[in-house]
Ligand binder design. Structure first.
Ligand code: LHQ
Length: 259
C-alpha cells in the first residue's frame, strides 16, 4: 500500500480519490488535505474525467482532524481551516463534475463535512456519522453548519451538532443526508457503478446543475428563475443537448460526450 496520504486513479472516465491513512481512520492532517485539494483539482482539470468518487482506505471514511501527538498544537485553528480545509470544500462544491461521496465507514468531524460536500452521498450499511466536534469542545467546521440545516433541517442539525451522537447509515439516510445505503459487501461496486453511470451523462449539464443549486438557498425565487434561464441558455448550446433531443426523436439511447 502506498504511503501517500491521498491516492488518485482514473478508470473509465471516473477519478477515484482515496483518503489513505487507514491506521488512524484517515484522520486529516495538512499533508492529506493538500493531497485532497490537488486530487480534486486534477480531476477538475482532466478533460477525460467525467465523474469523481471520494472514499476512504480501510475501515473508515475519515475520523476528522488528526488529534494525535503529531499535530501542531501551536497553530491557530482558523488559520488551519482557511489554509487547508476551506479550499477543499469549495473545490468540491465548485467542481464542474459530479462527486460521489462513498462513505465506506465512520465519517466524523471534518471527515463528515467532506462527505457531505459531495453531490451524491452513498453509505455502506456499516458506515456511521458523527459531528464529533462538541465532544472535544469544538464547533462544527469545514461546512457542517452549512450543509446540515439544509440537508436534514434545523431540529436534526442542532441535535447532531450539540449531542454529537454517532448515527448509523440507515438513520443518516432517513434524515436525508445520504442518498442510498448499500450492503458492505457490494458497496464499492455500487458506488463505482453510480460514478460510471454519471460519467456517461451530459457532463456540462451536471456542471450547470451544480451551479444552479449552489447558492439557491440564498436567492429569491425571482433571482433563481434568472439563474436557471442563464444556465439553460448555456446547456442549450451543448452538443449533448443536441444529442439528447436527437436520441429522443430517434427512439434510441443517447451517446453523451460531455461537451
Ligand atoms: C485517530 C482519530 C483522529 C487521530 C481515530 N486523530 N487518530 C478541528 C481542529 C482544527 C482544524 C481542523 O478541523 C477540526 C475539525 C475536526 O474534525 S474536530 C473532530 C476530530 N475528530 C474526532 O474528534 C473524532 C475522534 N475519533 C473518534 O471519536 C473515534 O475514533 C471514531 C468515532 C471516529 C471511531 O471510533 P472506533 O471505530 O472505535 O475507532 P478507534 O477510536 O479505535 O480508532 C482507531 C484508530 O484510529 C485509533 O488508533 P489506535 O492506534 O488506538 O488503533 C485511534 O486513536 C485513531 N484515530 N480518530 N481524529
Amino acid at each position: 500500500m502506498s504511503d501517500q496520504p491521498v491516492l488518485y486513479s482514473v478508470d473509465a472516465a471516473v477519478a477515484t480519490i482515496t483518503l489513505n491513512r487507514p491506521d488512524v481512520l484517515n484522520a486529516l492532517n495538512p499533508a492529506l488535505m493538500t493531497g485532497l485539494r490537488e486530487a480534486v483539482e486534477r480531476a477538475r482539470d482532466d478533460a477525460s474525467v467525467r465523474a469523481v468518487i471520494v472514499t476512504g482506505a480501510g475501515r473508515g471514511f475519515s475520523a476528522g482532524a488528526d488529534l494525535g501527538a503529531g499535530r501542531d498544537s501551536t497553530r491557530d485553528s482558523a488559520d488551519t481551516l482557511r489554509q487547508f480545509y476551506h479550499p477543499v470544500i469549495l473545490a468540491m462544491r465548485e467542481m464542474p463534475k459530479p462527486i460521489v461521496s462513498a462513505v465506506n465507514g465512520v465519517a466524523a468531524g471534518a471527515g463528515m463535512s467532506i462527505a457531505l460536500a459531495g453531490d451524491i452521498v452513498l453509505a455502506a450499511q456499516s458506515a456511521t456519522f458523527l459531528q464529533a466536534f462538541s465532544k472535544i469542545g469544538l464547533v462544527p467546521d469545514a461546512g457542517s453548519t452549512w450543509f446540515l440545516p439544509r440537508y436534514v433541517g434545523d431540529v436534526r442539525a442542532r441535535a447532531l451538532a450539540i449531542l454529537a451522537d454517532r448515527i448509523g447509515a440507515d438513520e443518516a439516510h432517513r434524515y436525508g443526508m445520504v442518498w442510498k445505503v448499500y450492503p458492505d459487501e457490494t458497496f464499492m461496486a455500487e458506488a463505482r457503478a453510480m460514478a460510471e453511470r454519471l460519467a456517461t451523462m451530459p457532463t456540462r449539464a451536471y456542471a450547470l446543475i451544480k451551479q444552479a443549486l449552489n447558492g439557491t438557498h440564498e436567492r429569491s425565487l425571482a433571482e433563481q428563475l434568472e439563474v436557471e434561464a442563464d444556465l439553460q441558455r448555456e446547456a442549450g448550446k451543448t452538443a449533448d443537448f443536441r444529442e439528447g433531443v436527437a436520441a429522443f426523436r430517434e427512439k434510441r439511447a443517447p451517446r453523451f460526450e460531455g461537451r
